[in-house]
Write a protein that binds this ligand. Structure first.
Ligand SMILES: Cc1cc2nc3c(=O)[nH]c(=O)nc-3n(C[C@H](O)[C@H](O)[C@H](O)COP(=O)(O)O)c2cc1C
Length: 293
């Protein structure tokens, strides 16, 4: 994949790769990834973030097992570790920026897999020298993709329903949650919305919901929590609030696709009045298009 490849192609190519070849990442792939990580600091809500690419050792693999992070990751060559300062919207910012790393690694031909957990007291934390006011909500496994997929990986994908996405009309709405957005009405927005739909999410729960204002190009992003998911994750495994991370990923896919299509915009955080909001649903952010005809 070249630097010219459209973001839509990269988003479609990405999947959670859980089996890697037993070869290290080549220098000519490693260096651009490291440069990208060191420069990837801009996030919608301005949280302070940093990332580091580390080579996988036995210690990290053991940590993954003991942290109860689902799935089996075989032979990752390395991990992208990220630390974010504690603060409002920090998990959304983490999702947004880590997903940018993932799409960059995909562009470089590498496989990736998000791994959610609480890595704050782990080998991963030591490797990035995490401070007391920082959190590591997830890490990303990376390396050369082994093909074909192992039977275990195929079973895992089937178990997580990884190739399934919720239908368009249950995710995207016009003005209010009781009015599904038709793919016929605002056609130029179909691609950014579809790229949100193809995004990765923790346990493939797809918590993102988007309400488009009919009279202007403003998109309100909401998070619809899966009942009991976060409580169970936190109590059983001490895992961070991954559905907020998912929201950041959706914001990343939407913005990068819109920008690739030549539509500039900005993030705002001002809860609109969209009438009745479904159960377990809360406002996350709005994307407002700048001077678009
Ligand atoms: C925040 C987050 C955490 C995740 N944690 C894990 C994990 O711990 N283990 C794992 O095998 N997959 C994990 N995944 C991958 C999801 O299961 C995957 O994105 C989803 O099933 C959709 O499949 P796809 O990424 O192949 O499109 C995670 C994804 C996200 C976004």
């Amino acid at each position: 994949m070249t630097t010219q490849t459209l973001i839509t192609e990269i988003i479609k190519k990405r999947y959670s790769c859980r089996t890697y070849k037993q070869t290290p990442i080549d220098k000519d792939q490693q260096m651009p990834v490291e440069t990208f990580l060191s420069e990837n600091k801009t996030s919608p809500f301005g949280s302070s973030l940093r990332f580091k690419l580390v080579t996988a050792t036995e210690a990290e693999n053991n940590d993954l097992k003991s942290l109860g992070t689902y799935g089996v990751i075989k032979n990752p060559a390395g991990f992208i570790i990220g630390a974010v300062k504690n603060g409002p919207k920090n998990l959304e910012d983490f999702g947004y920026t880590m997903e940018k790393n993932i799409l960059f690694a995909t562009r470089m031909g590498l496989g990736t897999c998000w791994l959610g957990g609480t890595f704050t007291k782990s080998t991963f934390a030591d490797k990035i020298d995490a401070k007391a006011d920082e959190t590591i909500p997830a890490v990303t496994a990376t390396g050369h993709i082994a093909s074909p997929k192992s039977i275990l990986e195929k079973t895992m994908r089937w178990g997580a329903g990884a190739d399934n996405r919720k239908p368009w009309q249950t995710l995207f709405f016009k003005n209010k949650f009781d009015q599904p957005l038709s793919t016929e009405e605002f056609k130029e927005w179909n691609t950014p919305l579809e790229m949100v739909r193809l995004g990765p999410s923790a346990s493939n729960r797809q918590p993102w919901r988007i309400v488009k204002q009919a009279d202007s190009n403003i998109f309100h992003f909401y998070m619809q929590r899966s009942k009991g998911y976060q409580t169970r994750n936190r109590m059983l495994f001490g895992i961070a609030d991954l559905q907020r991370v998912d929201m950041g990923i959706a914001m990343c896919h939407f913005e990068m696709t819109a920008v690739d299509l030549g539509i500039a915009g900005q993030w705002r955080f001002e809860e609109p009045d969209v009438g009745r909001i479904p159960e377990l649903t809360s406002y996350a952010a709005s994307w407002e298009v700048k001077d678009h005809e």
